[in-house]
Ligand binder design. Structure first.
Ligand code: ATP
Length: 486
């Protein structure tokens, strides 16, 4: 299956089987906004829970918080988002279509020979690094880059476009409109920074320690495409790890490795993941990289790991005029306490929706299987989602809807439900029921047949290998627990 065909089949499958719907679809949808259906929401929750557990339960020095989406507007001045959180854009005057200049130029570079394409990208990066927008416009004109819709080169100037959504707060209008403006947070990290002292003091946290948070973030992405890869409303899972100045690069190395292992433990093969060091660092960062995944449309960022020095806390200290410092009474090599300082920060920031897309794109499989009719084959479509995060763990299926089999299957379901998400299904032929469970990625189908009445055993069918085993009903919970943990 080509990558393109995999991607379009996957998006159709995600909709057809209750994973992901376009938002407000009955009104023709809202661009780059998606809703998770019954299986998608559960898959997303399972991934979020795995992340939360790895951070807050498996590390004794990381705690989790849940900060509000709305924050005092000064937060975003301090963080630099009001002034700098923007992308350079250009509009085509004929089609009125707006493009992110890097996307426009990259798309053109992809049509050139490898060497010419590389040169063009390098020229673009050099100009963007200097914020030379006149130079960018000249580059676009020189290469006669056309709008995909109008086919013309009739471009506006290059302009900066801030990605933050803003809205008004409260019912009372103020004379100064700016007083009422609040932003929908474009990242969850700032909710952690502004709570640094609250958490450190109330939790008596000792450096090094981390604060983790998951939650919605909003960005008015101009070029929103590739399904749930780039959305205007999405969910982040971020952890800020506060460390003693001078130790940040050791911690950066620790988190770089830890996060790569976590993705692999989730079931992502090592060869589909790679590090990508940032060539150009933000002025406050002293190291930064992305963990990239090979999506069906190429290698793209899944998670960012950044050593952000003490920039964020210092800026909040400056803008709030409140002291944000930590007293470190550990002894330095000279035998004196390290004393007061603004901690340094290593951040790990992963997009939950991008992880869902990663898991689904790895899971989507089509396979030719023989049918009952001799010499004929059929296509079996299934999602090989790792059992530990699959939305439904087991389906319990009486072979027929009579002769006492539904009763046995129901009592098994009642027992298993206490431990796992299960489905009971007695409708249609057993083959059709298997296919339905394959399509939503249920790792185990448990079939109750006539023999079960005699030997108190059932058949467990494995989704990926199609292996079938006879297992005693009594031992099913334990059997599944073990199989799910892998
Ligand atoms: P990109 O370069 O792809 O726009 P970014 O570098 O702006 O991403 P960060 O600000 O580092 O992203 O955000 C951390 C993580 O949040 C990203 O690694 C990604 O997984 C996720 N993320 C960022 N923007 C979006 C979006 N529009 N839709 C979905 N996930 C996103």
């Amino acid at each position: 299956m080509s990558s393109e065909s995999l991607f379009s089949k996957l998006t159709a499958h995600a909709k057809e089987y209750g994973y992901i719907f376009q938002s407000s679809e009955i009104y023709d949808g809202l661009s780059a906004v998606y809703d998770y259906g019954q299986y998608g929401a559960q898959l997303k929750k399972n991934i979020r829970d795995a992340w939360w557990k790895s951070m807050t339960q498996l590390h004794d020095n990381i705690v989790g918080i849940d900060a509000a989406i709305f924050m005092h507007p000064t937060t975003w001045k301090a963080s630099g988002h009001v002034d700098n959180f923007s992308d350079p854009m250009i509009d085509n005057k004929d089609s009125k279509k707006r493009y992110r200049v890097d996307h426009l130029i990259e798309a053109h570079a992809a049509t050139l020979s490898a060497e010419d394409g590389k040169q063009l990208i390098e020229a673009m990066e050099a100009l963007l690094a200097k914020d030379d927008y006149q130079g960018i416009l000249s580059l676009i004109n020189e290469h006669k880059i056309k709008c995909g819709i109008s086919g013309t080169c009739n471009w506006t100037e290059v302009r900066q476009f801030n990605l933050m959504f803003q809205t008004e707060f409260g019912a009372v209008a103020s004379d100064n409109q700016d007083d009422n403006i609040v932003y929908l947070r474009p990242e969850t990290a700032q909710g952690i920074f502004v709570n640094f002292l609250n958490v450190q003091k109330t939790g008596r946290m000792k450096i090094p320690f981390g604060i983790a948070q998951t939650g919605k973030a909003f960005r008015n992405e101009i070029v929103a495409r590739q399904f749930i890869f780039r959305m205007r409303e999405f969910e982040q899972m971020e952890m800020q790890f506060f460390v003693r100045p001078g130790t940040e690069l050791e911690w950066y190395a620790y988190w770089k490795e830890n996060r790569m292992k976590w993705h692999q433990a989730l079931g992502i093969p090592a060869e589909k993941l790679r590090y990508h060091d940032h060539a150009k660092l933000a002025h406050y960062a002293n190291a930064a990289l992305d963990i990239e995944f090979e999506f069906p449309f190429g290698w793209k960022e899944l998670e960012g790991i950044h050593s952000r020095t003490n920039y964020d806390l210092s800026r909040h200290q400056e803008f709030s005029k409140k002291k944000i410092q930590y007293f470190d009474n550990d002894l330095n090599p000279e035998g004196k306490p390290y004393g007061n300082y603004v901690p340094y920060v290593v951040e790990t920031s992963v997009g939950l929706d991008r992880l869902v897309l990663t898991i689904l794109s790895l899971a989507f499989k089509e396979e030719e299987v023989p049918t009952a009719e001799e010499g004929k084959t059929d296509i079996r479509t299934y999602l090989s989602i790792p059992a530990a995060i699959a939305p439904v763990k087991a389906a319990i299926l009486p072979l027929v809807k009579k002769e006492g089999l539904p009763e046995i299957a129901n009592s098994i379901t009642t027992e298993l439900r206490k431990h796992f998400h299960c489905q009971y299904d007695e409708k249609d032929s057993i083959g059709k029921r298997y296919r339905r469970q394959d399509a939503i990625g249920t790792p185990f189908c448990i079939t109750v047949d006539h023999q079960s009445k005699e030997d108190e055993m059932v058949t467990v069918r494995h989704r990926d290998s199609l292996i079938q085993e006879r297992i005693p009903i009594k031992g099913l919970t334990q059997y599944l627990q073990k199989a799910i943990q892998g």
